[in-house]
Write a protein of this length. Structure first.
Length: 432
């Protein structure tokens, strides 16, 4: 291992930890996070996000900072102490890029992490960003912070790279090393250096983009494209519902053509698809172009939580159920199946819309952290189901494997309603 491959990964969440673990199989790595509780858990060999299995994490964990050793040692050391990353030559920033309540990009985590790195930045260092952003953020927003705090000059004293994350939370098949990685650098030479670094650990290979802005744009359009396609089938679901046609049956029939894209209707949340299109739309607006298609797709997908709640209520009324005070079981609160991630989950919006109809909603999700759900959304969530309770309606909002095996009929009152948001049940009274 040469001197340049002393790596610090800033942010040890769903993206940073899997990446740090992967780098640590070959390089000396320090994982840095300001969350002291998170650092304690990781140093005990536990990842509560479940992205890295405990035995795999423990296999690379070391108890001593490898960057401070005369002879470099491959492995991962986790810390919340800024001094522990001062000896790094490569800094990889993997913090989240959320939106505010007005759906505008919030770059605060990027600014703060850039300030953190700027305090320890040295001549010759490379700072690589993985956070999803609109084109220009790395060089126009983050680099000036690095320059200001460090007193160093960009592309003379230090350099930058961008390699957009492609983590798929909960996916144990397409893990970080098995997904082709886009890379880029602030100069052609640095681009090659960054590319070689990722190529050394990502078995799926890499694609070196010509510029950082191209790499940034490639990431943000990936999720915008999916958002638009899902919006199309969500609109179809609304149309076919009025026509009393099974949307899933239509899509199955259309899918027999070789070039039909297999998207399904549903709730679009999470940290990527439900957020990234706003970043692209904001940048477009900054240069004088008002996005029509991208923002229309966003509005349509955001409307699905209210649509689901209204359809459940209408189905209950058609079956003669008194809605006021009716007991409803909502299955799932995470943003996707078989994953504890509740960031930007639209299942929470479904619950709030149901409660607006004076329904008594119980949310059951064995994957979610009740404290996190309460803190983020003000909602109660149970991780164990009371098998003695009976409900007027059951809504499958998230397709956790545990829910596929539930005896839903045994949880329903006579004439109760089952509404299948995910389209996976054999027996249902309504679905998207």
């Amino acid at each position: 291992m040469n001197e340049i491959n002393k790596i610090a990964v800033i942010g040890l969440g769903y993206v940073g930890l899997p990446l740090a673990r992967l780098f640590a199989t070959k390089y000396a790595v320090v994982g840095f996070d300001i969350n002291h509780k998170r650092i304690e858990e990781l140093n005990q060999g536990m990842d509560l996000t479940l992205e890295v299995e405990d035995d795999i994490l423990q296999a690379v964990l070391i108890k001593e900072n490898p960057l401070k050793r005369a002879k470099l040692q491959a492995g991962l050391y986790c810390s919340a102490d800024l001094e522990e990353i001062r000896e790094a030559n490569i800094y990889v920033i993997t913090v989240p890029t959320p939106i505010d309540k007005h759906n505008r990009p919030d770059l605060t985590p990027l600014y703060r992490s850039s300030e953190t790195v700027g305090k320890v930045l040295k001549k010759g260092d490379i700072v690589i960003y993985e956070s999803t952003v609109y084109p220009g953020v790395t060089e126009e927003e983050c680099v000036p912070v690095l320059e200001k705090v460090s007193g160093l000059k960009f592309n003379s004293d230090f350099f930058a790279g961008y390699s957009p994350e492609r983590i798929n939370p909960g996916d144990k098949e397409r893990t970080v090393e098995k997904i082709l990685k886009v890379t880029s650098g602030s100069t052609p030479e640095i681009g090659k250096t960054v590319d070689e670094l990722y190529k050394s650990v990502v078995v799926a290979g890499t694609h070196l983009a010509p510029t950082i802005k191209v790499a940034e744009a490639s990431k943000v359009i990936e999720n915008s494209q999916r958002d638009i396609n899902i919006a199309f089938v969500n609109e179809l679901a609304k149309i076919f519902n009025l026509l009393d046609i099974d949307t899933h049956a239509v899509l199955e029939a259309a899918g027999t053509k070789w070039n039909f894209l297999p998207f399904k209707p549903g709730l679009v949340g999470g940290h990527c698809i439900g957020v990234d299109p706003f970043y692209l739309a904001q940048k477009a607006q900054d240069v004088g172009y008002y996005s029509e298609l991208i923002l229309t797709a966003r509005r349509l997908n955001d409307s699905m939580s209210e649509f689901v709640a209204s359809q459940v209520v209408k189905t209950m009324i058609r079956k003669g159920i008194n809605v006021n005070g009716a007991k409803v079981l909502n299955l799932g609160i995470t943003f996707k199946e078989n994953c504890p991630d509740v960031r930007n989950t639209k299942a929470a919006d479904v619950v709030k819309n149901l409660e607006s109809y004076s329904l008594d909603v119980t949310t059951y999700d064995p994957w979610a952290d009740p404290e996190e759900v309460k803190q983020e959304y003000g909602l109660d969530c149970c991780v164990e189901l009371n098998s003695e309770s009976r409900y007027d309606a059951i809504i499958l909002t998230v397709a956790h494997q545990e829910f596929r095996d539930l005896n839903l009929e045994g949880l329903l009152k006579a004439n109760g309603v089952v509404y299948d948001v995910k389209g996976i049940l054999d027996s249902f009274d309504g679905r998207l």
